[in-house]
Ligand binder design. Structure first.
Ligand code: ADP
Length: 843
């Protein structure tokens, strides 16, 4: 092949040595240029030249490892492609470089090097004819040309087959189709090899194939491989329609590993096509006027930007988000109150009050769709089903559900997004959530609103307030989006462990629904109705394989968990399922082995007989799987010395029992307090001691040596050993008094009594909060009698009947009542020693 006829390229060409792609005749490739020689070539030649000829350069693949590249010229690859630089873009970021868009014309070889600096100039020999692009397709290679004709025929057919598998509405594909029809066959290997996904080495092989026949032979397998890859892809696509969009848009990188289509990678129209597609999407996104305006402005900017600019991808990401947001996409509510009621009942055992309120709420929504009512906030200990109820609400409404966890969020941009001024800026969690669910009326569960933090980066609660305020949230402006998004269709539900730490302004917006902890019996029911069936299913087990009897469940609840909710119960059941799954799988293996070798049957059976189904988890199995019990009934064991009393505390995680211990030793009347204490707890301790000292005579309390003042010559140490429980101070008052009274009198506190109540200096007992949770905790711990302030009597009504039946409640007006009820046979010196007002359990 010589250049004897047709158009000639200049015989002297400046050479661009590049590590990037391989330029093949007939294709257009973008090259990034930053080596000194190449930079010189651009600035001194391309940018200075005035004639068309001066835009023609030789592109030679640099085969030297870019890491090892030095300033001296590598041995040049023997073949290069002459091309026209159709675009030159310069940039200073991140370091000075040019981006060249070059269209390949024909192959050449280097005859001699003329100079190496400032850029390489060489005497070249043209290897391909250049007029092939100007003669019509029919006059090119024809069938008569023997093997070559056959090859080209085959190649053309494969290319047509490939096109048949692609979507013609994609611009790149349409362009490929045009090219295929109008180009002479002999140019096809070059053009196709540069369009389909091929490695640099493969392109080099095509470049080096100077003989046309060889070139067809090299490129054909690449083309067939592409077709096979696409077939595979379409198979997967059939399985998941989700993939379809991705396949058709044939973007950079593959959907399946290995070979996928890559038509647009090096296409001169990429910017144009891309921008056009984006523009179509912008118009199709159904966004409000203001947002559309912004998008169009950004699109305009994008079109003018070179892709290599960092700003490009920023803008691009922004536009991608804008078109993806569900501006006017929503699901249709399908609310049937009857169905909602039964769905909530089916999903959740107990929690009647909460379910009733939720149904009411839904009913009102149905009547008045534009409800601007308060936001429901479920408050209660972990694992009581708050999230789960939220999820059910979404299901009854037929809406999407999304959980936004706010625990530890202390930066307002978490909610409201970062301004789009720096790289890495993002929208906030609300907008992100909307993008994830893809509709504008989901149920958003704002989890742990009580754990919002505050920091220098602004107050997230204030941002959240804006999100929740029906007066403002129809035009919520995320800093990243910088245009308003209408949140009024979103149904917000919040959850918290306690209302105490919810910012007041936020709390004001919400209707608080308390979700209490469960009793032992309720937990057993929840376990058997919900948790066990769910866990079985999750572990691929059936009730025929695993049976957990009721009293085992009870054992798990009382000896392996101590919680208000059912979260660790669920985990323990999961652990049992895992253990059984292993047994079942082993059983399978054994029975397969049995089937294989009858001769060894008896032997095998001795080794590991498949377990009998169902596997029943009894107490022994439980101990095997979960280990020794974590919580023994320690109450009665602990109360065997004077100076210990059992209190009840409330924490955001539910009720807790709390041991208060005291000891005394010779000293100067000092009081030492240890354990996890707040200031209020210390005050309570001082109050208790003062009251006991002033009443020491009445109650016959003495110091170490029998003196009247219990503190004389005595140091006292008070300890609250129940570990990491945040104690609520005042309600420990009665417990401290009882504990010290026991210490000073040397009498034992009844081992089955727990108590709560605040005290005054004059010995009155004041009401405290969290009675239901506290009583449940006492019940869990096996306590028989609970002493509580008389003014808390009304709180007992909320308790489940079985708990009331199990416990004996003593309501106390003053410390006299408390001491009387706490010690067997009453406390000496109390006025009501035998007539304390004991309530029967039939409250
Ligand atoms: P929370 O959000 O209150 O911390 P979750 O909703 O995550 O608790 O509940 C933990 C688990 O316990 C879930 O699997 C949930 O389905 C289950 N659960 C909690 N309460 C009930 C109930 N009353 N009935 C059935 N399952 C429940």
């Amino acid at each position: 092949m010589t250049s004897s006829d047709g158009i000639q390229i200049p015989s002297r060409l400046p050479l661009l040595l590049t590590h990037e792609g391989v330029l093949l005749p007939g294709s257009t490739v973008r090259f990034r240029v930053d080596s000194p020689r190449n930079m010189q070539l651009v600035s001194q030649r391309l940018l200075r030249g005035t004639s068309l000829k001066s835009t023609i350069i030789g592109v030679i693949p640099n085969t030297r490892d870019p890491e090892q590249d030095t300033d001296d010229l590598p041995t040049l690859h023997k073949v290069g492609t002459a091309g026209i630089a159709v675009q030159v873009v310069g940039s200073n970021w991140p370091k000075p470089h040019y981006t060249l868009l070059i269209t390949g014309l024909c192959r050449f070889s280097v005859s001699s090097l003329l100079k190496e600096r400032p850029f390489v100039l060489a005497e070249v020999e043209q290897l391909d004819k250049l007029n092939q692009y100007t003669i019509p397709a029919t006059e090119g290679v024809t069938a008569e040309d023997g093997e070559l004709g056959e090859l080209s025929q085959k190649f053309h057919q494969a290319a047509v087959q490939l096109l048949g598998m692609l979507d013609m509405s994609v611009p790149v594909v349409a362009k490929f189709r045009r090219l295929l029809d109008s180009l002479p066959r002999e140019t096809l290997p070059d053009v196709v090899a540069s369009m389909i996904r091929t490695s640099k080495e493969e392109k080099l092989q095509v470049l080096d194939a100077l003989i046309l026949e060889e070139r067809f032979k090299k490129a054909l397998p690449m083309l067939t491989r592409q077709i096979e890859g696409l077939k595979l892809l379409q198979k997967t696509r059939k399985r998941s329609p989700e993939n379809e969009k991705r396949v058709l848009s044939v973007r950079k990188g593959g959907v399946i590993p290995g070979r996928t289509f890559n038509l647009d990678e090096e296409d001169e129209d990429e910017d144009g096509d891309d921008a056009a597609a984006l523009e179509r999407k912008v118009h199709g996104a159904n966004m409000p006027e203001a947002a559309l305006k912004v998008c169009i402005k950004e699109l305009k900017r994008l079109k003018k930007m070179p892709q290599s600019m960092p700003e490009y991808s920023l803008t691009r990401n922004y536009l991608d988000l804008m078109v993806e947001l569900p501006w006017s996409k929503s699901t249709k509510d399908c609310l049937d109150i009857g169905a909602a009621r039964s769905l909530l009942d089916n999903d959740h055992y107990a929690m009647e009050k909460l379910k009733r309120r939720v149904v009411e709420y839904l009913a009102v929504r149905q009547l008045k769709t534009t409800l601007k009512g308060p936001i429901l906030c479920f408050v209660g200990p972990p694992g009581v089903g708050k999230t789960s109820v939220g999820r059910s609400i979404a299901r009854t409404l037929g809406r999407e559900f999304h959980r936004i966890s706010l625990g530890g969020v202390c930066d307002q941009s978490d909610i409201r997004g970062h301004r789009r001024t720096y790289v890495g800026s993002m929208p906030g969690r609300i907008i992100n959530g909307l993008k994830t669910v893809g509709v504008n009326n989901p149920v958003f569960l704002l989890d742990e609103v009580d754990k919002l933090g505050k920091s220098l980066q602004g107050d997230p609660a204030a941002a959240l307030l804006e999100v929740l305020d029906p007066e403002q949230n129809h035009s919520f402006t995320d800093h990243y989006l910088n245009v308003a998004f209408d949140l009024s269709q979103v149904l917000f539900i919040a959850t918290a462990n306690t209302t105490a730490t919810i910012p007041p302004a936020l709390l004001d917006r919400m209707e608080v629904l308390q979700v209490q902890g469960y009793t032992q019996e309720e937990k057993v029911e929840i376990a058997h109705r919900h948790l066990i069936p769910n866990q079985l299913e999750q572990h691929g087990l059936t009730p025929q394989q695993l049976l957990i009897p009721q009293d085992t469940t009870q054992d798990i609840i009382s000896r392996y968990t101590r919680e208000a909710g059912v979260r660790s119960l669920e985990r323990k059941v999961g652990a049992i399922c895992r253990a059984v799954a292993v047994k079942v799988a082993e059983g399978h293996k054994v029975s397969q082995a049995l089937a294989l070798s009858p001769g060894e049957q008896t032997q095998q059976r001795d080794k590991a007989a498949p377990p009998e189904m169902p596997i029943v988890i009894d107490h022994l199995a439980l101990k095997d799987i979960l280990g020794p019990p974590l919580f023994e009934m320690e109450v009665s064991e602990r109360l065997t010395l004077p100076g210990v009393a059992l209190g009840l505390a409330w924490t955001p995680l539910g009720g807790e029992i709390l041991f208060v211990e005291a000891s005394r030793m010779e000293g100067e009347g000092q009081l030492t307090l240890t354990g996890q204490l707040g200031d209020i707890m210390k005050e309570s301790a001082h109050l208790a001691i003062s009251w006991l000292r002033s009443n020491a005579k009445t109650y016959q309390l003495t110091n170490l040596v029998g003196g009247q003042d219990p503190l004389e010559g005595t140091d006292i140490h008070l300890h609250f050993p129940a570990g990491a429980v945040t104690k609520d101070g005042p309600s420990a008052g009665v417990t401290i008094v009882t504990c010290l009274a026991s210490l000073f009198s040397g009498r034992l506190v009844r081992s089955d009594v727990a108590m709560t109540g605040e005290i005054t200096l004059r010995g009155l007992v004041l009401p405290v909060g969290g009675i239901k949770d506290k009583v449940l905790a006492a019940h869990r711990a096996g306590v028989k009698r609970v002493i509580l302030p008389q003014r808390n009597e009304k709180d007992l009504e909320e308790l489940p009947a079985n708990v009331k039946a199990d416990l004996d409640f003593v309501t106390a007006r003053n410390l006299d009542d408390v001491l009387n009820a706490a010690f067997d046979g009453g406390f000496p010196g109390t006025t009501s020693a035998h007539t304390h007002p004991q309530l029967s359990s039939k409250l």
